[in-house]
Design a protein around this ligand. Sequence first.
Ligand SMILES: *Cc1c(COP(=O)(O)O)cnc(C)c1O
Length: 369
Amino acid sequence: MRDFDAGQLALPGIRQLQPYQAGKPIEELERELGLTNIVKLASNENPLGVSPMVQKALSEKVSSLARYPDANGFYLKSALADKYNVKVSQVTLGNGSNDVLELLARTYVSAQNEVIFSQHAFVVYPLVTKAIGATPVAVPAVDYGHDLDAMLTAINDRTRMIFIANPNNPTGTFIASDVLHAFLAKVPAHVLVVLDEAYYEYVAEAERAPSIQWIEKFPNLVVSRTFSKAYGLAGLRAGYAISHPAVADLMNRIRQPFNMNELALTAAMAALQDEDFLQRSVALNREGMAQLVAFCEHQGLNFIPSHGNFLTIEVGNNAEELYNKLLHKGVIVRPVTGYELPRHLRVSIGLESENQTFIDAMIAIANEK
Ligand SMILES: *Cc1c(COP(=O)(O)O)cnc(C)c1O
């Protein structure tokens, strides 16, 4: 054997990374425990599944998959530009919005830079920061949410990027539009603000920030959104960023030429046209959220009020044990210890019956004691 040390040779920033912890797949739990009828409320997926219009468009596309996709995603970019009243040159497509978050970091952040995000914020921000060898700056949260004033104070000459998740995952906290606008006005021009709006469609219309319109005034603002959540396409990987055209131009130079595959492009186009599916998804989420909130209130469980498609519930010191007990009852939720929330579990909003299965399992476990 050669004396080969894979770890020693790797970049220091990459050596210290922990692999991303995904929600447990249904098949894995089936295999491990021999259970059927498993309910997965662990990855904030759309419980309505895939829109029938999207399914039709996908099946029609399968026969032409021998061809490369359109490297520029012309139709999807045009559709998004129309929808948001921006130029096509402002749109960057990604293999999921995680891809555009990484592209942004790779385009702008060097090992000498600092990247600011909030405690309890989405794990991909520290991940992409550390992978580059840059310095992550996690600003302590206030009431589980972003402390924007403290984030402003954390800015220095080395700061190059701030990630804001609104609503945030895994807490569901939300920053009001006027507060966010005031924050953006104070961020200096050498810092890019990446506003991750993966759950935008779930936010009540009256509360949504006109964030994309703000780009004209704040060219250092980038807004990312996804087809993974309300549009029900998590398995395909389709996301995008809207930015100043110069930012998009640079991101497009480093992305892989076909970073959004043909099925993802096709599905995203069809999904944009199925407004009815989107509305049903949002309405179902509202009802399911009320169902879980009512359960928590009835049981006297604290929860973090959420603007997303999930609810993070304070279950106490035995969160890990409760997670495992729920698994044995065929319910997969998400532990959030890795987010410095060791006393909480995150539960995605499912169908009414799935939410009820979770509620029944929680009650059964409480009664076992
Ligand atoms: C789910 C999620 C995303 C979306 O990731 P995709 O790569 O588009 O699937 C982005 N940001 C946050 C905060 C999320 O929770």
